[in-house]
Design a protein around this ligand. Sequence first.
Ligand code: CUA
Length: 339
Amino acid sequence: MRRGSIASLLGIGVIAGGIAAAVALALPWLPKPASEEADRIDPLFWFVIIICIVVFAVVAAVMIYSITHFRAAPDDDSDGPPVHGHTGLEIVWTIIPTLLVTAIGIYSAIVLGRNDALGANVMRVNVTAQQFAWSFSYPEAKGLTSGTLRLPKGRSIQLVLQSKDVIHSFWVPEFSQKEDTVPGIVTTLHFTPNRLGTFPVICTELCGLGHSVMRTTAIVMTPAAFDKWLHSQTKAVSSPDAGVAGAAVFKNNQCGACHTLTAAGASGNVGPDLDKLPAYAQAAGKPVDAFVRESIVDPSAYVEKGFPDNVMPHTYGSALSKQELDGLVQYLVSSSKKG
Ligand code: CUA
């Protein structure tokens, strides 16, 4: 091979590799990690990207060089010389990819194994997915439920995921962890949040009309702030004062995102106005208490005119404890009378 050819091959390779590297580095492909697992996955991602850039540069150099140097002259319809392979070259282009792919496989297996391993003092959170909402309950706090996922920083978290209807998928990009929720089986997901902040929880499996809005937030707090929240919520939810308990359940489950309730300062307009519950109950022909309870457990039992059915999740009947449900019903009944 001529020296000039090697120089042009190298030149093209460096330019192609440089362009690929610039594209890789200039755009923010990955969110800033917020878990120990993401901190392990990010270097693995870059390890694979670097290999890809080198392979791309070699292939692009050979291809561009061949296109420009071995171009047939116009009107040259003759066949090229017969070539019967090159054993040395074939051994090289088999061994190098084998080594690269094996290295990626070993590195990935190590990261996967470490990411799946639960730490000491694991905190379990039960996750229920349903068209089109997430609900999180904390066995450590007697099943306290919340519509947002609050977590203490630095603790090994195991999510135990279930679906009430179709397949959904739990994803927090900053945690670099994702898991499907599948009706009929229980799946689990492990991660260790290591950065304070509020991150999006996204459903990443097409699950119906409301798929794009099946979102909530994960809030990573200091362990002290988390304990304080857990205690205050547990205390509020189990308060003998139904107003306090129900208000906490209302807030935790983000009812105000869809409903208006003056007493809670909520002004959502996706679902019926809860200040008008007595009027709705009358239209449904039921006592207010029974009507409110039924509407939470089975939202399809009575659908107010002008609002679509099946928008409110049917999960609350099972996600809320009896005490939480009782508190919420009492709170709604008394607030709507006042409202
Ligand atoms: Cu649930 Cu998409």
